[in-house]
Ligand binder design. Structure first.
Ligand code: G3P
Length: 226
């Protein structure tokens, strides 16, 4: 499983990239608003993110009609070679995904919750589908169960491998709220987890690691004094 960072913060992306395991970034309008992003700066901001990370950077369209999404998607794709156009899971979004995919523009279909939505996204040519885990948990459903169903269903039709028609889709476990979501997404076989900065930091930590290191350091002091 690859790690993407789910943020629009340049500082967080730069720091996470320095840890050596970052494969991409996902943004959305909420994440851009959260860092105080201005409309006029949006395209420059996406360009800056694309320079900080080599892998795919998802930038989301905000139009709700197909034509508008396709036009925005084309503009976003011109910003950098590693831009992936994020499109919401609507009928208009499916149509936009087909148009953009046919033009060779990679799409990450977002706000995916169910198996039919994920299959439709894949069939419409999405390069990535993003099932949201935490938002199911928020309404007392098990988001990981839904993620597992989506991965299993796409596997049934070889849609996660290069299929006979060249179709290929990667599953991005999104709306990740804790390290256990990451653990379970990996066991389920999601291709990618897009993780908020604080959760990614938590993923690298464990009390036994901290305690073990403290013991090594204390014992090394004894060695130095012998
Ligand atoms: O990338 C979008 C998704 O990860 C959003 O997560 O926490 O707003 O449900 P959240």
């Amino acid at each position: 499983m690859k790690f993407f960072l789910d943020t629009a913060s340049l500082e967080e992306i730069a720091e996470a990239a320095s840890w050596g395991a970052l494969a991409g970034v996902t943004t959305n309008p909420t994440l851009y608003a959260r860092i105080g992003g201005k409309l006029a700066d949006f395209e420059d901001h996406i360009k800056k993110i694309c320079q900080l990370v080599k892998g795919p950077v998802s930038a989301e369209v905000t139009a709700s009609d197909t034509e508008g999404m396709v036009a925005q998607g084309r503009d976003l794709a011109k910003l950098a070679n590693n831009v992936v156009v994020k499109v919401p899971m609507t009928l208009e979004g499916l149509a936009a995904t087909r148009s953009l995919a046919d033009e060779g523009i990679e799409v990450n279909m977002t706000l995916v919750f169910t198996v039919p939505q994920a299959i439709l996204a894949a069939r419409a040519g999405a390069r990535y589908v993003s099932p949201f885990v935490g938002r199911f948990d928020d309404i007392s459903e098990d988001g990981l169960d839904h993620l597992a169903s989506i991965v299993a269903a796409l596997n049934n039709y070889d849609m996660r491998d290069e299929g006979p028609n060249g179709q290929q889709v990667e599953v991005i476990a999104a709306s990740i709220r804790n390290p256990n979501h990451v653990t379970q997404a990996a066991l389920i076989g999601a291709d990618i987890a897009t993780v908020p900065f604080d959760i990614l930091k938590k993923c690298a930590k464990h009390p036994l690691t901290t305690n073990g290191l403290a013991a090594f350091e204390a014992d090394w002091e004894k060695v130095k004094q012998q």
